[in-house]
Design a protein around this ligand. Structure first.
Ligand code: SF4
Ligand code: SF4
Length: 336
């Protein structure tokens, strides 16, 4: 494993960290195996979120007795003072610790959210208080859109120490702003290194990210020990060669921009459609030739793309501004 300094925080972190989303699909024993593998591979950074259902709790349980071996980061969608204060307490309790190294304002997007968060009675005030009380060590933010990323790096550079933003083979829109992070010594944390599960070759995906000098660390979601070993293997995989670059180009031309990252922010759909699953099964059909399997899974869902009434609610929530309605029409056609 290689280690680096997490920007202004001064924390010494492994370049591969554990993204805690997939902890939700396992149980406490599964989480223990993931953490054991992290210890074995030298991964010392763990990122989770209040919104990842049981993730904080499971991690808290298996970190008992070894919490000091890790740098713990979590985040919340709370925007106001009371909400943030309450969420910090919940995270501390769930993670069974009296100290969280990095607490992040999660998925900040609109002007109204910025105004609330950094306003008089905003989430930021609660974070500052928690920092003064020693409950958290550092403050960061996460964003999915370029506009929010730019605001964070230009208007709030003195308030935040880290920025988490999507970065992977097919999402390089943040490259210029990442350079600014380096200039300002704000750590850049690569979110969604596997493009929400759309990238098959994990080693290539991690190699691509870790070879960018403006990326401080990457936090692939890992739900079992095998994924930990695979992702950590990329640390020693060296520089991107011509073959790797050609493979990246092929992926870029195949996937394009309009793909679902399976973040789930579009839910709930009033029609009960599981939007990311619809896209996932369609991907299996289109890219991997798994027609029978994909259609089997697709038709086992109670509601599918054809049930969309085109209300558009989901599109207002999607941080990537995907034309979900249009994409679902295509899914319904492909799945016929
Ligand atoms: S546009 Fe379709 S998928 Fe989106 S919320 Fe409305 S019914 Fe659901
Ligand atoms: S459609 Fe958008 S919001 Fe919904 S899961 Fe996909 S990327 Fe996320």
């Amino acid at each position: 494993m290689k280690y680096t300094t997490l920007g202004k925080t001064g924390l010494n972190v492994s370049v591969v960290g554990l993204g805690g989303i997939p902890i939700q699909r396992t149980d406490v024993e599964g989480t223990r195996k993931v953490i054991d593998a992290c210890v074995e591979c030298g991964v010392n950074y763990i990122d989770t979120a209040r919104g990842y259902t049981v993730s904080e709790e499971y991690l808290g349980e298996v970190l008992e007795g070894r919490r000091d071996k890790f740098i713990l980061a979590t985040k919340t969608m709370a925007r106001d003072y009371d909400g943030m204060k309450a969420d910090i307490e919940k995270s501390l309790k769930n993670l069974r610790t009296n100290y969280i190294d990095l607490y992040q304002i999660h998925n900040i997007k609109t002007d109204a959210e910025f105004d609330t968060c950094f306003g008089e009675n905003g989430a930021y005030k609660a974070l500052l208080e928690a920092k003064a009380e020693g409950k958290i060590g550092h403050i960061g933010a996460t964003a999915h859109g370029l506009e929010a990323f730019e605001r964070l790096i230009t208007e709030f550079e003195d308030k935040i120490e880290t920025i988490m933003f999507p970065f992977n083979i097919v999402e390089s829109q943040g490259l210029e702003l990442m350079k600014k992070c380096t200039e300002k010594n704000i750590a850049f944390i690569a979110m969604k290194p596997m493009a929400g599960g759309n990238l098959e070759d994990g080693t290539l995906a991690m190699k691509y990210i870790l070879n960018n000098p403006d990326c401080t660390i990457a936090i692939p979601g890992m739900g079992d020990a095998k994924e930990v070993y695979e992702n950590c293997a990329a640390v020693d995989a060296g520089e991107l060669n011509e073959e790797d670059k050609a493979a990246c180009q092929k992926i870029i031309s195949e996937l394009g921009k309009n793909f679902c990252r399976r973040c789930g922010y579009c839910a709930p759909c009033p029609q009960g459609i599981n939007i990311p699953s619809n896209f996932l099964f369609a991907n299996y059909l289109r890219h991997y030739g798994l027609a029978e399997w994909a259609k089997g899974r697709y038709y086992s869902m109670e509601k599918t793309a054809k049930d969309c009434i085109k209300c558009g609610v989901c599109e207002t929530r999607c941080p990537y501004e995907l034309p979900i309605r249009e994409m679902l029409v295509k899914v319904a056609e492909d799945m016929k």
